[in-house]
Design a protein around this ligand. Structure first.
Ligand code: 5AD
Length: 364
C-alpha cells in the first residue's frame, strides 16, 4: 500500500480528522488495500459504540410533488412525465401503524417540497404519530423551511431531521441546482436545525456530475466540523428525464470507502447503507454495512406509490428494500454477522473519558 495512505488512515483513526489536502490525497489514492484497511478500521470503530447492531427506519415517502428543480433529481418540478402523488395524513398514520406491527420504531417522513405539507398539517401528523406510538422516533426530511417552521415541527415532537447538503462546495452546489437555490441557505437550514435541538443528518451523492476529489474532501471536512448525528451518502444514479440523464453512475466502491472514512471521522454517527447503493449493486446494502454503515431504511410507503418516488433510474423498492419483507432483511444481515435492532436507535453520545479527567484536574 502507498505509505502515505497508511499514515493518513492511521492518523484518521486516532485523531478523527485530516487536513483538507490529506482527505483529497486519500481519495485520489484509494488502492484496494487502502479501501480494505479503511473498512477494517471503520468496522472496529463502530463495534466499540454499536456492537454488531443495525438500526432500521421505516421510510414513508409522503409526496413526490416538489417546488424545487434540482438538476439531478427525478421528481424535480419541471419533469412533466413524473406521475405525481401525495399521501393523506390518514394514509401516513396507517403506514406508521403497519410499520409499528412490523417492528419499526423510527418513522422517516420524506417528501418533495410540497406546499400542502404546511406547518399545521405536518405538526398535526407528528402529534398523532407520537400519540399513537410514544416509544417511536419521528424523523422528518421535507427540505428547506424557515427556522420558525423547524421549531414548530420540533415542538410538535419531531426528533430528527435529514437534509443532505448535497455538496460542500458553493460552486459545485450551483452546478447541481438552479439559481433560486443556494448553498448558503442549505447550510443555514442545517445550522438552524441543530440549534433547535434536532438530531440532524446531512449528506451528499458520490459521483454527482462535476464532482472532483477536492469537492469530496470538502464534504468530509464539513462533516468533521458540523458534527452531524446522521449522514446519508449514496452513489449518484442518473434519471432519464433530467439533464444529467447521460452522466455516469457513481462508484459503489468509492461510496463504501467514503462510508468508512465518515465512520472514522465520527465513530458514533448513524450512517445508513442507502437505497441508491442497493440499487446499483445487488449486495450493496450488505457492502455498506461491511464498510461501516449501521442503519437501513426499508420502504414503508403504500405499495401503490413506491414506484412513483423515482429519484433516479430503477430505484429499488422490492425484496429487503420493502418494509414488509423485514424478515428477509434480518436474514441477510444475520448472514453477514449483524443483528437488526427494534428500538428507536438514537445516536449514542460517547462521553470522552479524557475530557472528564481534564475537567476534574481543573477543578482540583
Ligand atoms: N441519484 C442519487 N441520489 C439522488 N438524490 C436525488 N436525486 C438523485 C440521483 N439522481 C438524493 C439527493 C436527495 C435525496 C433525497 O436523494 O441527495 O437529498
Amino acid at each position: 500500500m502507498d505509505k502515505k495512505d497508511l499514515i493518513l488512515i492511521e492518523k484518521l483513526e486516532k485523531e478523527h480528522s485530516l487536513l483538507l489536502s490529506e482527505y483529497e490525497y486519500l481519495i485520489e489514492n484509494l488502492t484496494d488495500d487502502a479501501i480494505a484497511l479503511l473498512a477494517e478500521k471503520a468496522v472496529s470503530a463502530r463495534k466499540k459504540v454499536y456492537k454488531n447492531h443495525v438500526y432500521i427506519r421505516g421510510l414513508i415517502e409522503i409526496s413526490n410533488i416538489c417546488k424545487n428543480d434540482c438538476y439531478y433529481c427525478g421528481i424535480r418540478r419541471s419533469n412533466t412525465a413524473c406521475n405525481r402523488y401525495r399521501l393523506t395524513p390518514d394514509e401516513i398514520l396507517s403506514c406508521c401503524r403497519a410499520g409499528y406491527e412490523l417492528g419499526f420504531r423510527t418513522f422517516v417522513l420524506q417528501g418533495g417540497e410540497d406546499k400542502y405539507f404546511s406547518d399545521d398539517v405536518v405538526c398535526d401528523i407528528v402529534l398523532k404519530i407520537k400519540e399513537n406510538h410514544p416509544d417511536c422516533a419521528v424523523t422528518l426530511s421535507l427540505g428547506e423551511r424557515s427556522k420558525e417552521s423547524y421549531q414548530r415541527l420540533y415542538d410538535a415532537g419531531a426528533d430528527r431531521y435529514l437534509l443532505r447538503h448535497e455538496t460542500a462546495d458553493d460552486k459545485h452546489y450551483g452546478f447541481l441546482h438552479p439559481d433560486e437555490m443556494s448553498f448558503k441557505n442549505r447550510i443555514a437550514c442545517l445550522k438552524n436545525l441543530k440549534e433547535i435541538g434536532y438530531q440532524v443528518g446531512c449528506g451528499f451523492m458520490v459521483g454527482s456530475p462535476g464532482q472532483k476529489a477536492e469537492h469530496l474532501a470538502k464534504d468530509l471536512k464539513f462533516i468533521e466540523e458540523f458534527k452531524p448525528d446522521m449522514c446519508g451518502i449514496g452513489p449518484f444514479v442518473p434519471h432519464h428525464a433530467t439533464k444529467f440523464a447521460d452522466e455516469k453512475t457513481g462508484s459503489a466502491k468509492l461510496t463504501c470507502a467514503l462510508l468508512s472514512i465518515i465512520r472514522l471521522i465520527s465513530p458514533n454517527i448513524l450512517l445508513p447503507s442507502t437505497t441508491a447503493l442497493g440499487t446499483i449493486l445487488a449486495d450493496g446494502r450488505e457492502r455498506g454495512i461491511l464498510a461501516g454503515a449501521n442503519v437501513v431504511m426499508p420502504n414503508l410507503s403504500p405499495e401503490s406509490v413506491r414506484k412513483k418516488y423515482e429519484l433516479y433510474n430503477n430505484k429499488i423498492s422490492e425484496g429487503p428494500e420493502a418494509a414488509e419483507q423485514k424478515d428477509e432483511l434480518v436474514k441477510r444481515m444475520k448472514e453477514i454477522g449483524y443483528e437488526v435492532i427494534t428500538d428507536r436507535g438514537d445516536i449514542k453520545k460517547v462521553v470522552q473519558k479524557n475530557v472528564h479527567t481534564t475537567q476534574g484536574k481543573e477543578k482540583a
